[in-house]
Design a protein around this ligand. Structure first.
Ligand code: DGY
Length: 322
């Protein structure tokens, strides 16, 4: 019998489960679906530690149920699903998985950027349907990338990596910062410029979102933001869905107020605004930013190391409590 018990709310890569099994009895949700709220609260009550997903709400009610909980490890870098202040008030350590999914998410942002600019999904559908009638000089014309202006909203780890990947395309890089702090890497390596949100909206040809979801970023992109963007501009979101007011985005895409969007995240996952499904100038992916073998494996082992530390009363590597 191991000294601790751990519950994992969805099956994660085996490398993480193996690490946990060295120190704890491990139970895993057998279904390929999130736990219901009642199930999550029941597990919170019964285990010493929990590894949970971005779809699990970890709040006061969860902590009320979790009488013996020594720690909670999020299997995600984003942690808007956790009430960190409440965890801290109760002395419960909580952690996330920064760093290990940076490149995978930045690469997916580029896949969306190119995909929507060059109409990859739309034209793939034309080929598959047999509707293509042969090459045409005015067919399927998309947006240029090289030499254009890239606007980064949230120049943290992933935003910085995404911007650095623009090097081959000789782009002008603008970025915003909620703290007003300069990003030395972007400024030294790319000559990037810290600008106001309005300037970023007005001057960018591509806007890529990498900010966390907070009260300050919820619905940052609404009808008034889209109205300030160029009609030829594209927006890419691999951050969190509610940063964009989805109904306003669907309207802006439909009316041609902006040229296109590449989305990996949604306001009310797994649903999306039904208006988006009818449009060709948007690519919609099912939240797969970190879905590469190495990122998901490293997320699992980092979450496992974090939870192991918490069970032993030690500070986790990537602790969220201040
Ligand atoms: C995260 O980690 O926050 C991603 O959204 C999922 O991996």
């Amino acid at each position: 019998m191991k000294p601790h018990s751990v519950y994992v709310t969805r099956r994660i890569p085996q490398a993480g489960l193996d690490l946990l099994a060295e120190v704890a009895e491990v139970d895993i949700n057998p279904e390929d679906a999130p736990l219901t709220r009642a199930e999550l609260l029941e597990k919170a009550a019964a285990y010493d530690g929990v590894i949970g997903m971005l779809s699990d709400r970890i709040d006061g009610e969860f902590f009320d149920a979790a009488a013996r909980l020594k720690g909670y490890a999020n299997y995600a870098v984003g942690f808007d699903n956790i009430d960190v202040a409440e965890a801290t008030r109760r002395g419960i350590p909580v952690s996330n998985t920064p760093g290990v999914l940076t490149d995978a998410t930045a690469e997916l942002a580029w896949a969306l950027l190119f995909g929507v600019a060059r109409r990859i999904v739309e034209t793939d559908k034309v080929m598959r349907s047999g509707a293509w009638t042969g090459w045409g000089p005015l067919q399927f014309i998309g947006g240029d990338v090289k030499g254009k202006t890239l606007g980064i909203v949230g120049a943290g780890r992933i935003g910085t990596a995404m911007a650095l990947m623009s090097r081959g395309f000789n782009m002008k890089v603008l970025y915003t910062s909620s703290s007003g702090r300069h990003n030395a890497v972007l400024e030294d390596e790319l000559n990037a410029e810290l600008v106001t949100f309005d300037r970023l909206l007005e001057e960018s040809d591509f806007i890529s979102l990498h900010c966390p979801l907070t009260d300050g970023t919820r619905h940052l992109f609404d009808a008034s933001a889209f109205a300030r963007m160029k009609e030829t501009a594209y927006i890419v979101n691999t951050a969190r869905g509610p940063v964009i007011k989805e109904a306003d985005l669907a309207a802006a895409l439909k009316s041609g107020q902006i040229a296109g969007a590449g989305l990996d995240v949604y306001e009310n996952e797994p649903a999306m605004d039904p208006g988006l499904a009818e449009l060709d100038n948007v690519i919609v992916l099912p939240h797969v930013g970190s879905a590469t073998i190495s990122s998901r494996t490293d997320m699992a082992t980092l979450a496992a190391r974090n939870l192991t530390a918490m069970l032993r009363g030690k500070q986790p590597e990537t602790c969220l409590n201040p």
